[in-house]
Design a binder for this molecule. Structure first.
Ligand SMILES: [Ca+2]
Length: 550
């Protein structure tokens, strides 16, 4: 739903230890002594040059000829190519990143539903760079635009990359921004609602794959997906509903169980009004107190909590007494109750069951957006447009007991991707790599943990051959969290996914680099429930000094 921070060529240049997607690298969780560094440098710097020589697909079709191919049945009925243009190196700038390879830029559309249209782009890199890998990217928030920012990063790693708009236009949907009492057209069209998350990728991926095969003269060897936020939910949708489309999926900060996620926005907004409001100064106070209490549980005093689940912070310790009541160093009783409500998450008024998880210790510093902003942007629009079809619906009247079934029936069946049976995806050899920031201010960090536990209950205790979750201490929503500027915010997930899919190497650690404050710091992210432990005497600022341990 928010902005994203992604791995790209720049990060490779900035960090001599960071792998990239096109280079199955030698980086991993094992501690690497300095005497072996030259081996690593060889692998990172020279291997890609050598590996480029082993895939030279031919014959390559000319870029303009793709438009003719679109008329053939091979692409799929309903696919229209609008344009295909050769873009020279540096010819396109997206979010201050230019293409470092020449590519064929294809603009197309796919018809679906009852006269609906999904627009997509496909970028086909020069065959000297292309390594037989197709990548589709997902959307953020309410979608309606193509994520060309991520497309550019993936293109520069050598992928043939495609992205779509999820079947509706932001420009005709309040510019992609939900708001109270505002008509959002796509939420009134069942086909478009299903295309938002369920089918956003599957609608264009087959056509894109077909064009890849035609352009390079052979099918892509491997197909990947990378998405975050809503795109993370789209990744789960692929595993659940379209298990044969992709060999590997990265689902970051999954905005999944979207209907109940929206209810958590509503809950938190309602619980923080008037005297219950938590201003930024109070949120700073809470996070600071949490860090004072739990920072060193992981053995390192770095204002970062490796595992917030073992932190036993008590918000009551910040309660005002008679001498502090008028200062900014404490919380009033209504504020204490508000914070507790956010930690707890929405609870059913019928049976006390958890409607959606609550937030974790250390995430408080960005809670301001939970205090009505996200309710306005997602919860209220979904209730007023999709669930109750009434723009005057008063969200204050929502009953967190009896009305949850309305949300499940009118929204959940179209936008939730929460099946605990992913056996088709597993059987097809698919790999699902999930990331989640502990300080994510949008979706509660422990939803992916809870869902992993549900999957284990349904599919067996060890999912690691097809599903791995990487929790990110101090991580935000698809990148940096504002309260943790020294936490590396570029997660080298795609390179790990490539190794997993193509070499069968389970991702036993993911490296993160590039903290917002510019420090040369890297971290080791571990497959849950493992956490990173510092090797005695190791450099705290280097990922290679850590081991993943249970
Ligand atoms: Ca610490």
């Amino acid at each position: 739903m928010g902005s994203r921070s992604r791995e790209g060529l720049t990060s490779i240049k900035e960090s001599k230890w960071s792998p990239d997607a096109s280079v199955p690298d030698s980086s991993g969780p094992a501690w690497i002594p300095y005497e072996k560094m030259w081996t690593l440098i060889f692998a990172v710097v020279l291997l890609p040059v050598l590996s480029w020589t082993w895939v030279l697909p031919s014959p390559t079709q000319s870029c303009p000829s793709l438009a003719l191919h679109a008329a053939s049945s091979a692409v799929g009925s309903g696919t229209t190519l609008i344009n295909s243009t050769l873009v020279p190196i540096g010819g396109l700038n997206v979010s201050n990143t230019v293409n470092q390879v020449s590519f064929c830029q294809v603009l197309g559309s796919v018809a679906y539903g009852d006269n609906e249209t999904l627009n997509f782009q496909l970028w086909l890199p020069d065959e000297k760079i292309y390594q037989g890998r197709f990548m589709a990217v997902g959307n953020g928030g309410m979608a309606g635009t193509i994520d060309t920012t991520n497309m550019m990063l993936q293109l520069n790693q050598g992928f043939a990359v495609a992205g779509g708009d999820a079947g509706h236009l932001a420009s005709t949907n309040n510019n992609g921004a939900g708001a109270p009492n505002t008509y959002i057209p796509y939420l009134h069209n069942t086909d478009e609602v299903k295309a938002w998350i369920h089918n956003a990728i599957s609608l264009f991926a087959p056509a894109a794959k077909s064009l890849v095969a035609y352009f390079y003269g052979q099918e892509a060897r491997y197909s990947y997906y990378d998405g975050c936020s809503t795109g993370g939910a789209q990744g789960f949708a692929l595993a659940q509903y379209h298990p044969d489309l992709f060999d590997g999926i990265v689902a970051g900060s999954p905005g999944n169980w979207y209907s109940h996620l929206a209810l958590s926005f509503l809950w938190n907004g309602l619980k923080t009004q008037n005297s219950s409001f938590l201003p930024q100064s109070t949120l700073n106070l809470i996070t600071s107190a949490v860090l004072d209490k739990c920072d060193t549980l992981d053995g390192i005093a770095d204002r970062l909590i490796e595992n917030p689940l073992i932190c036993d912070f008590d918000i009551e310790s910040l309660a005002c007494n008679s001498s502090t009541a008028k200062t900014s160093t404490c919380l009033t009783s209504p504020q204490i109750q508000a914070a507790k409500a956010i930690y707890t998450g929405p609870i059913s008024a019928l049976d006390g069951s958890q409607i959606y998880p609550g937030f974790s210790y250390g995430s408080e510093i960005q809670w301001l957006m939970q205090e009505q902003t996200l309710s306005d942007a997602f919860a209220i629009p979904i209730l007023q447009n999709l669930v109750y079809d009434n723009l005057s619906y008063d969200y204050h009247t929502f009953n967190f007991g009896s009305d949850v079934q309305d949300v499940d029936a009118k929204a959940g069946i179209y936008i939730d991707e929460i099946s605990t049976n992913l056996s088709s995806f597993q059987a097809s050899g698919g790999k699902l790599l999930v990331t989640q920031g502990w300080a994510d201010p949008y979706n509660a960090a422990i939803w992916p943990i809870k869902h992993m536990q549900d999957l284990q209950m349904a599919m067996g205790a060890d999912l690691s051959d097809f599903f791995n979750l990487f929790m990110i201490p101090g991580g935000g929503h698809c990148g940096a969290a504002s309260g943790y500027p020294d936490v590396p915010a570029t997660y080298h997930t795609v390179s790990k996914l490539v190794q997993w899919v193509e070499r069968g190497e389970k991702p036993d650690g993911v490296v993160s680099t590039g903290p917002p404050n510019g420090e040369n710091r890297s971290r080791l992210l571990c497959p849950w429930p493992q956490t990173a432990k510092l090797v005695p005497g190791g450099d705290e600022l280097w990922w290679g000094s850590y081991l993943c341990e249970s």
